[in-house]
Write a protein that binds this ligand. Sequence first.
Ligand code: AMP
Length: 361
Amino acid sequence: MTAILPLPPGSTLGILGGGQLGRMLAQAAAKLGFDVAILERETDAPAGRVAAHAIIGAYDDPLALNALAELADVVTFEFENVPAASVEALMALGVEVAPGPLALAVAQDRVDEKSFLNARGVATVAFAAADSPETAVAAAAAVGTPCLMKTRREGYDGKGQTWVEHAADAAKAFESLGARPVILEAAADFVRELSIIAARGRDGAIAVYPLAENHHEKGVLRRSVAPAEVSASAAEQAERIAARILTGLDYVGVIGIELFELKDGSLLVNEIAPRVHNTGHWTQDGCEVDQFEQHIRAVAGWPLGPTAARAQVEMLNLLGDEAAGWATYAAQPETRVHLYGKREAKPGRKMGHVNRILGSL
Ligand code: AMP
């Protein structure tokens, strides 16, 4: 099917991925009058249970992709490791896929990502690529130690990365990460981690949310506060960075951009996520239009909505057993509970989040 844009209510929108981000996207799409078709690997996943259609299959299964293309005119995704070939297959079937293949390719490889950013005038830490124990040692010596070695592809939530204290240790570190192609990153001497959630519509319009301040534990986001207390210069820098990235990728949809704030007030980009982002969950209860609706509006070719904050919000992720405390949170008038309907509370698993309203703006 070829999409009519703007996509009229009553149409079916496809989402690759059945986790919590897919679930909240599906809920936002339903609010705008769309039916949602989810393609997911597992039956009973969080998103499939709130969608009109759930197709069960691998993301690169041609039958599953055909079934999705039969139902949906526009397809988006909830995670960045969608195979490029799947996107191409959907496009060949006449489906509009947003964000597009360039955004996916850039976000899937940490070296390509940083190279793209630097080429667009967006600063990152110094970095070097390696694909053998010898080149890893040379790369560590080039960026300086201590440095952080990360797999180029498929790392998330701090997985697939290890610190290297001395260049000579890089060979062992390379083996410990599975002898896969890696990036070595100079250590960012940051004072805070911030992020900016931004969106670009099909007409090229850009909208940015106020910045969030983020706190991680063992590489996993625990807590965000937004709007963060930032200088006007930090806000301007972040907006400029977002605009350069969105325009450079000819992007359509919501993007999450993780930032390091340095002592001198300058910002470096840590990484970009071509999708709705955990550090944007606060927008559900803090903003006029949240990141999920914004993403659906963008990919459906609708006008972007207002991004102004109406409240300052503290977002807490509920990991593993913490979601069992839902009744306590639900009894707090200033707290909004968001649960993902996951059946099993494995340790560290993102089961839900709460947004605590700190004050109206
Ligand atoms: P990432 O998987 O790249 O988002 O990294 C997870 C977390 O590791 C970040 O949120 C930072 O706290 C930390 N981190 C990542 N890269 C660096 C770096 N180059 N220097 C210092 N800390 C880093």
